[in-house]
Design a protein around this ligand. Structure first.
Ligand code: ATR
Length: 300
């Protein structure tokens, strides 16, 4: 199949969306993505004439990336399960994305697509806008999977003092800590097994929930079921945004601890990607407008 044919095939079903300027997202599954809301609203506000299309793709990721480039696609997001696998098909990878080992945004250049990771910056913006600083704070991360890697890197980049990584499989927590600990950070990252959570010294922590526990309505608290443990939080984040309130979020609210879910992270990763594609700055008013549309679409 030629590249033009591949492209023809992947835009099948989207023919009603007419544009000379396509953006899009590659992932599997992708049907419920909220990203078109973010990017189409930005396009309309700045009169860019762009349309953002979700493409559910299969294993031929390299072919799709090549075909998108040859067909003039200006920018792409990459989501699960392709964020790591896309790297070999890029002409360049931004330094932070390289260190995280995952790319969620492709920006068109003369030589091919350059990869960025805007998840990490998106999370940072969502935390910072609450007035919470990462610098010199102690952090407890729950989880050590793909999403946790970007979180760990954010903690490192923005100067957290100490980061405990608690995970069901201790070997993954240890591997992530090893990856993050270097000469500058020494032993800032400390892997902790679930049964030894009491070894985390008493203190005040930013707790970031990065496991997939909470996605299902029947899920309880992630990893640690001792409510007293969570009293140590001064601020908490759950990366999950659907449902809006996981058991972890409800627990934090009951304890009176300020907590956010992952919807703002989703919003900001999209805004930062679009700012890279279009060299624009999205202001607070538009940000707020997009956010309320996301909430309408998702929770009402
Ligand atoms: P993602 O890309 O969303 O981070 P992932 O890489 O599969 O997905 O990581 C999922 C995370 O949730 C991991 O930390 C995983 O723990 P393990 O490394 O031990 O697998 C965690 N997780 C998933 N289901 C879990 C469960 N039922 N109990 C505890 N942790 C769970």
């Amino acid at each position: 199949m030629s590249n033009a044919d591949i492209w023809e095939k992947i835009i099948e079903g989207y023919k009603e969306v007419k544009s000379d300027n396509y953006l899009g997202i590659f992932g599997y599954p992708i049907k419920h993505t909220l990203s078109p809301i973010i990017h189409d609203m930005i396009s309309d506000e700045f009169s860019l004439g762009e349309r953002y299309i979700p493409f559910e793709i299969d294993e031929n990721l390299g072919e799709y990336v090549k075909s998108a480039y040859e067909n003039g696609i200006k920018g792409l997001n990459i989501t699960v399960p392709f964020k790591e696998r896309v790297i070999p098909y890029l002409c360049e990878v931004d330094d932070d994305a390289k260190k995280i080992g995952a790319v969620n945004t492709l920006v068109r250049t003369d030589k091919g697509y350059k990869g960025y990771n805007t998840d990490m910056e998106g999370l940072y913006r969502s935390i910072k806008e609450t007035g919470t600083e990462i610098k010199d704070k102690e952090v407890i991360m729950l989880g050590a999977g793909g999403a946790a890697r970007a979180v760990a890197f954010m903690c490192k980049k923005y100067g957290a003092k100490k980061i405990y990584i608690i995970n069901r499989s201790i070997d993954k927590a240890a591997a992530l800590s090893d990856d993050m600990n270097d000469k500058e950070t020494l032993k800032k990252f400390i892997p902790v097994s679930v049964d030894e959570y009491n070894t985390v010294s008493n203190g005040k922590y930013i707790i970031i929930q990065c496991t997939s526990v909470g996605l299902k309505s029947e899920d309880g608290l992630p990893l640690i079921h001792d409510i007293n443990f969570y009293r140590q939080a001064e601020f908490a984040v759950d990366l999950i945004y659907n449902p809006a309130k996981t058991c972890f979020i409800k627990c934090m609210e009951e304890l009176g601890i300020p907590v956010i879910n992952g919807l703002k992270m989703l919003l900001y990763q999209g805004i930062i990607a679009n700012e890279l594609w279009n060299n624009i700055e999205v202001d607070a008013t538009l940000t707020e407008k997009i956010y309320s549309n996301l909430i309408k679409k998702l929770y009402r």
